[in-house]
Ligand binder design. Structure first.
Ligand code: B12
Length: 288
């Protein structure tokens, strides 16, 4: 497996602490690191995961068992573990689980598709059956939002700082749509792929979105709709704006699947599809 190496900044983001704290932990030997010839600290993902597990890093409940190189993969157990930690509001445990699974070779896009989204779907089912209160559902959603923000380093190429040189991507949920966790996940992945991401997220009015596309000369626009299928006009405005900037529009979410969409808007069903799409969008990197 390719060795995943993280910078001090990436570890700090992942653990939700400042860089100074990470350096202090590293210098005290609490978290393994090595130095580059230039003297910079570098961290192997497996050592960061081991640290998270050893310290039960601020987690209210047990972290996934099996150790960083254990056999646990995707599937029922991973989804249940993620669901339970979300319901405890335990973002550090979510980050620990995602880091552990990344280490076993799964991409963050795959983990969003196969673990986080199904766990949230189950939470939605339980809410719909009145087995969970609105407050409990909110706690879970917020923990996932927090974990997605911290998981950015898990999407980035190992050991390399991300250069935002592919152009601007805009990620939003359509007007009337409060569901923006999918949009946050898309933003995380696109940032890691070198896009400068503007993320107005939930309830973005169509006209404002079109203005933003034009002003930022967006090369990629990713829109999500979960409950509102009446989006043809909204998506059409984004398509028209993107045509002027030479950008492309991709859309996803349950309601987009039911919507009548302009043919220039490409419907994507997963974050893995977004990753392949993003390879073709935006400015190409010069070969080094
Ligand atoms: C968290 C949540 C909320 C939170 C949202 C917080 C936030 N910041 O997002 C809050 C509490 C605000 C909320 C509110 C409501 N919710 Co709600 N909510 C959910 C819940 C539990 C999770 C949503 C989520 O984030 N899913 C995770 C994402 C990642 O999964 P996904 O959207 O399926 O995305 C996948 C693909 O579609 C695709 N994808 C999606 N978008 C995009 C975009 C791009 C670019 C790409 C590439 C891919 C992609 O990628 C993912 C695959 O991995 C769902 C349950 C569910 N089934 O999803 C209910 C759910 C969506 N909510 C529901 C309802 C009814 C509501 C309310 C109407 C409740 C109310 N009476 O007030 C309001 C609506 C408010 C509004 N106007 O939008 C229903 C919708 C039923 C329906 N189809 O009409 C659901 C399904 C619950 C249920 N089982 O009944 N909700």
């Amino acid at each position: 497996m390719k060795m995943d190496v993280l910078s001090t900044r990436q570890v700090a983001t992942l653990l939700g602490v400042g860089e100074a704290t990470v350096k202090r932990w590293a210098d005290a030997g609490e978290i393994e690191c090595f130095r580059t010839p230039g003297g910079h600290r570098k961290f192997r993902l497996r050592d960061v995961t081991a640290f998270v597990q050893k310290r039960q890093y601020q987690a209210a409940g047990p972290l996934p068992t099996g150790g960083p190189l254990g056999a646990t993969g995707l599937g029922e157990e991973a989804v249940r573990t993620f669901e339970e930690a979300s319901l405890r509001g335990d973002a550090p445990a979510l980050v620990g689980q995602l880091a552990g699974l990344r280490l076993r070779g799964h991409s963050l896009a795959e983990l969003f598709d196969e673990v986080a989204a199904p766990a949230l779907h189950r939470i939605g089912e339980k809410w719909a059956q009145a087995k969970l209160s609105v407050a409990e559902e909110h706690v879970a959603a917020q923990a996932v939002i927090d974990a997605v923000a911290r998981s950015q380093p898990l999407a980035e190429r190992p050991g390399e700082p991300v250069r935002p040189d592919r152009g601007t991507a805009i990620v939003a949920a359509v007007a009337g749509e409060l569901h923006d966790i999918a949009a946050r996940m898309a933003a995380c992945l696109l940032r890691a792929h070198g896009f400068e991401v503007l993320a107005p997220l939930a309830q973005t009015p169509a006209r404002d979105l079109a203005d933003l596309i034009l002003r930022s000369r967006a090369v990629l626009v990713a829109l999500s709709s979960t409950i509102n299928p009446e989006v043809a006009e909204q998506v059409g405005m984004s398509v028209a704006a993107a045509q002027q900037t030479g950008g492309r529009v991709v859309v996803g979410g349950e309601a987009m699947r039911k919507a009548r969409l302009p043919e220039e808007a490409k419907l994507l069903r997963s974050f893995r599809e977004l990753e392949s799409e993003s390879h073709d969008a935006g400015r190409k990197r010069p070969r080094s």
